[in-house]
Design a protein around this ligand. Structure first.
Ligand code: ZN
Length: 343
């Protein structure tokens, strides 16, 4: 009961990439970079194990960004044609590559770090991949010229990769779809269809992560503009509840999301964001337990997995580790209370 996990990413050590930023440039190259990615992956597994997290990730140490790490290995994506576009409905600008021809996955993309993680921990492992809608929102397209066709083409490649990761022994494949919280109508129009294509035939658990973004200024400003109640989830949860995806990872800590919306996810596991990734303050175990208890009024306790709101890639490293400990202590506190109430 109340097994803990994280959304996906953890900060990278300063010897691997510039700290406290998104899209941080690598500090090494060639063989030395490969070795450093390997070392950082092992280090972050160890940090999670020592903090007591139950379902671990590779901390996304081997990719520069959760979307572009995947795109770098795809034929048809031209990184020499970078353009700056507004992403997430123009919330912020990003420099993105261009789709210039038919898409093809050249080789395994994340097999290296997935296999490494599998060899080095006995705990369950989750692996994150970008979702098709979020990829389409984070790339320029000069070839397909149709959002849905492009999303379905990416979904087919994501499925090839996900099947390989499952074969390595990954227990949960999670697709990250922050774009679902922005293009609400498109989620039911084609977002779920593309997600189903990406998850087709997987023998492991499947999850989708939908948040209000990393703790960067553009997102914090956007959240401030959303009013006293954030009801975006209300429009997409029914479609997710009807989907074939097993788990939904959402943001709750410090968010103005009315928790009764969780009722709309009936039948799904909820990876409940009980740790904020935007603030510098570490949650107390009591606060974490309180968020879990509030959510448990709307979600059966057996379906709750305490988690972080979002990835911690741009966070201070020591702070991220403290937050992992708060996550685990808070979940333990809540577990103790539920067990004593039952007996
Ligand atoms: Zn997120």
């Amino acid at each position: 009961m109340l097994q803990t996990t994280i959304a996906g990413s953890l900060p990278k050590p300063a010897w691997l990439a510039a700290p406290r930023m998104l899209w941080a440039p690598w500090r090494l190259e060639g063989e030395a970079l490969v070795e450093a990615k390997r070392d950082a992956t092992l280090l972050m597994l160890k940090e999670q194990e020592d903090a007591g997290v139950d379902i671990l990730t590779d901390g996304e140490q081997a990719r520069q960004h959760f979307v572009h790490g995947f795109l770098e290995q795809i034929d048809g994506v031209d990184f020499s044609r970078r353009v700056t576009i507004g992403i997430r409905s123009n919330r912020y600008n990003a420099e993105v590559p261009t789709v210039s021809g038919p898409l093809r996955r050249k080789r395994s993309i994340h097999g290296f770090e997935a296999a490494l993680a599998r060899e080095h921990t006995k705990r369950r492992l989750k692996f994150t991949l970008p979702g098709p809608m979020t990829i389409v929102d984070t790339i320029a397209d000069a070839h397909y010229r149709d959002k849905v066709a492009l999303a379905m083409a990416f979904a087919a490649l994501l499925n090839e990769e996900a099947r390989q990761l499952a074969a390595i022994g990954i227990d949960v494949i999670q697709f990250d779809e922050p774009a679902f919280n922005v293009y609400l109508k498109e989620v039911s129009e084609w977002g779920i269809t593309a997600l189903h294509r990406a998850a087709e035939g997987l023998p492991c658990k499947t999850a989708v992560h939908i948040c209000y973004g990393y703790g960067i200024k553009a997102n914090i400003d956007w959240k401030a503009s959303l009013g006293t109640e954030w009801r975006q989830y209300e429009q997409i949860f029914p479609a997710l509840a009807a989907s074939r995806i097993d788990q939904v990872s959402i943001e709750c800590a410090g968010a103005r999301v009315p928790l009764e919306l969780l009722r709309l996810l009936a039948g799904k596991d909820v990876l409940l964001g009980v740790i904020d990734v935007a603030g510098e303050r570490v949650e107390s175990p009591k606060e974490v337990a309180a968020t879990i208890e509030q959510a448990s009024r709307f979600v059966p306790i057996e379906r709750i997995y305490p988690c972080t709101n979002c990835g911690m890639a741009p966070m201070d490293r020591a702070l991220a580790i403290e937050k992992l400990r708060a996550l685990v202590s808070g979940a333990a506190l809540a577990r103790g209370r539920f067990e004593s109430n039952r007996s």
